[in-house]
Ligand binder design. Structure first.
Ligand code: DX5
Ligand code: ZN
Length: 220
């Protein structure tokens, strides 16, 4: 079985934005490995969240690894803004209007790690031509746009296919899952080959943040 260390990425979409610094400190103390920042433009997805100014403030507030998930129509136009704001990794959707090759090259040129995201209806094979250049692939396990939705089990086969392809062309590729992650769905994803687990409502809705984060690491 695939044996990378499992990383937990709390999504601040479910945090209290008025108290973000404290919320970030809570998940850091709880043992989180990176921070997942959901950026929504109200066009690519039917919801609006935050943009570069908030990422810049978060960067000042923490030294945690910042994983920025761009759910926006034209990611290429905003790579400089998010890189300058302090993103460590930028993921953008294959279904967006930007050219994937150009966008990956642009992210690399800013010194940030590149990642591609697949919505539930997008087949695994569509990301194969880009895997060699990517640090991570994010397999959405809900339709992007909102926290608190139910996990889509039919995405597990997609994770397996991408892990198989990555083992041939880019063994270090991280595979992230996002949406409906709780302990039971976390182990299914890890078994399928995922190694970075995003979780919003489950972690931030818990009174025991460390307990919640630990419970997402299979075999912990
Ligand atoms: C949804 C976002 C997720 C969201 C996950 O479009 O990409 O990161 O915060 O939330 P939960 O873990 O509550 O499903
Ligand atoms: Zn996300």
């Amino acid at each position: 079985m695939f044996k990378n260390k499992i990383k937990i990425a709390p999504s601040i979409l479910s945090a209290d934005y008025a108290d973000l610094k404290k919320e970030i400190e809570r998940v850091k103390q709880g043992g989180a490995d990176m921070l997942h920042v959901d950026v929504m433009d109200g066009h690519f997805v039917p919801n609006i969240s935050i943009g570069p100014p908030v990422v810049k403030s978060v960067r000042k507030a923490t030294d945690m690894f910042l994983d920025c998930h761009l759910m926006i129509s034209n990611p290429l136009e905003y790579i400089d803004a998010f890189a300058n704001a302090g993103a460590d990794l930028i993921s953008f959707h294959l279904e967006s209007e930007s050219d994937p090759e150009k966008t990956i090259e642009k992210i690399i040129s800013t010194g940030v790690k590149p990642a591609l995201v697949l919505k539930p209806k997008t087949p695994a094979e569509e990301v194969f031509p880009f895997i060699e250049k990517l640090a991570m692939v994010l397999v959405m396990t809900v339709e992007p746009g909102f926290g608190g939705q139910s996990f889509m089990e039919d995405q597990l086969g997609k994770i397996q296919k991408i892990r198989k392809k990555a083992s041939e062309v880019n063994p270090d590729l991280m595979i992230q899952v996002d949406g409906g992650i709780v302990p039971a769905t976390a182990s299914l994803c890890v078994e399928a080959g995922a190694d970075v687990l995003v979780s919003g409502s489950y972690i931030f809705g818990s009174d025991d943040i460390k307990g919640a984060i630990d419970s997402l690491r299979p075999c912990s």
